[in-house]
Write a protein that binds this ligand. Structure first.
Ligand SMILES: [Mn+2]
Length: 430
């Protein structure tokens, strides 16, 4: 089996960049010191930041039109974990993996847990799938799953979620993410209130099976695959459901699951205030659920989301404990390169948000000084924290330049030889 990238190779690549990095880092420290910010303090916080890799992300994604598999695609969950290990080895901001059932089913969960531990990885939230039919499945989800009009179909979807919890317990996971594709394509097709009641009836059964130290993440989505209505369409529906279920149920925000121009950072603030923010699926979009790499189109929006998160942590908002996950689809890039880049982008937004002068912002808001307030945010966002991120990676044994190191390592060529393309495993958009 191909292992990860040789640590000595990463160190040698870093050695060529260390001198420039030391100079750039010192300059950043001087800049921040003039603003009263201690770079070492910020570095300690950024070094603890982590975002989960979605197991489905390491395969080539696709669109409704076509999928173009790349070389060396993972064939099964063990291959996926191996790729996640390389991402963590180089990027050092992705210590966990979020699995998807049944795509990641295997026959020996303890072996999988052992492999993860050997790669320095743990398991984040489990993801259930009741949006597509599996071979041999007795009931179809064509017209819905947890909200289907047929009780036996709902029971089948509930049972699948209970199985996901059961698998997650074996892996040390502490959360279940539930997203349903249930909805309608025609006005009149759904009785809106009854469909939502059926959702509550089903999710109550799942909630009742949650271990005491688990959480349930409810993921909303405005449309797709249903294009007229979805049962959990927006954060309001998600909040109603999470409130009805109980304290272990919270609302997960996927950045691509809103209408264009919706103020997502405001939604984040509302959910924090209500103690109902579960966490995120980070990605980016221009038009809809595009699943582009995080921050590739709207890095300022991502920063503004993190501005709310850092403010909540700073103010010790009750119950604030968001889970961070990537959720993106790669149609034209090597998934490992995209996931490393996105992890660094999310980490960058967090670092920039840590630079906001909170006391000055509070004062500007109280004084209704809009110009000063917006300048304070821009000052943080426009600070180039690249040397900080490089230093954090290098200190942890990762790569100063992850993509260049990955390309030079030849990892993709090695796995392309070891993994026959015809056996490529599942992947998709969630
Ligand atoms: Mn998602």
């Amino acid at each position: 089996m191909t292992t990860g990238i040789d640590a000595a190779f990463i160190a040698a690549r870093n050695d060529a960049l260390r001198r420039d990095l030391a100079h750039d880092y010192e300059h950043l420290g001087d800049q921040l010191a003039r603003r009263g910010i201690d770079l070492e303090h910020v570095r300690a916080q950024v070094a603890t930041f982590g975002v989960a890799i979605p197991s489905w992300g390491v395969g080539t994604g696709g669109t409704r039109f076509a999928r173009f598999p790349g070389p060396g695609e993972p064939r099964h969950v063990f291959d996926k974990l191996q790729d996640c290990g390389v991402i963590q080895q180089l990027a050092r901001a992705t210590p966990t993996v979020s699995l998807h059932i049944p795509w990641d089913k295997c026959t020996d969960w303890s072996e999988l847990r052992g492999q993860a531990a050997s790669l320095g990885l743990a398991f984040d939230a489990m993801n259930s799938n009741t949006f597509s039919d599996q071979p041999g499945q007795p009931r179809s989800y064509k017209f819905g799953s947890l909200t289907h009009t047929d009780a036996a179909t709902r029971a089948q979807a509930v049972a699948h979620n209970l199985e996901c919890i059961d698998i997650g317990r074996k892996l040390g996971s502490k959360a279940l993410t539930v997203w349903v594709g249930d909805g309608s394509n025609f006005p009149g097709q759904h009785h809106f209130r009854r469909a939502f009641d059926r959702y509550l009836e089903s999710t109550r059964q799942i909630y009742a099976a949650l271990p005491d130290d688990w959480r349930m993440f409810l993921e909303h989505k405005i449309c797709e695959p249903a294009f007229y209505s979805t049962v959990i369409q927006d954060w309001g529906s998600s909040y109603l459901a999470a409130s009805a279920l109980g304290p272990k149920a919270q609302c997960l925000v996927d950045l691509g699951h809103h209408a264009p121009n919706v103020n997502i950072e405001l939604i984040v603030a509302r959910l924090i205030a209500a103690g109902k923010l579960a966490g995120f699926h980070f990605n980016d979009s221009k038009y809809g659920d595009d699943d582009l790499d995080a921050g590739s189109v709207s890095p300022y929006r991502l920063f503004l989301v993190f501005n709310e998160l850092v403010a909540a942590a700073h103010e010790r908002a009750p119950g604030f404990d968001p889970a961070y996950m990537l959720d993106q689809s790669h149609n034209v890039t090597d998934p490992i390169e995209s996931l490393m880049t996105s992890a660094a982008q999310v980490q960058r937004s967090y670092a920039q948000a840590l630079l906001v002068d909170r006391d000055a912002l509070d004062a500007a808001q109280e004084a209704n000084d809009a110009m000063t307030a917006t300048h304070l945010l821009k000052a943080a966002f426009q600070t180039d924290v690249t040397p900080l991120l490089q230093r954090v990676r290098a200190d942890a044994g990762g790569a100063i330049d992850p993509v260049a190191t990955y390309r030079a390592s030849g990892y993709r060529r090695q796995v392309a030889e070891a993994r026959p393309a015809a056996l490529s495993g599942g992947g998709g958009i969630v």
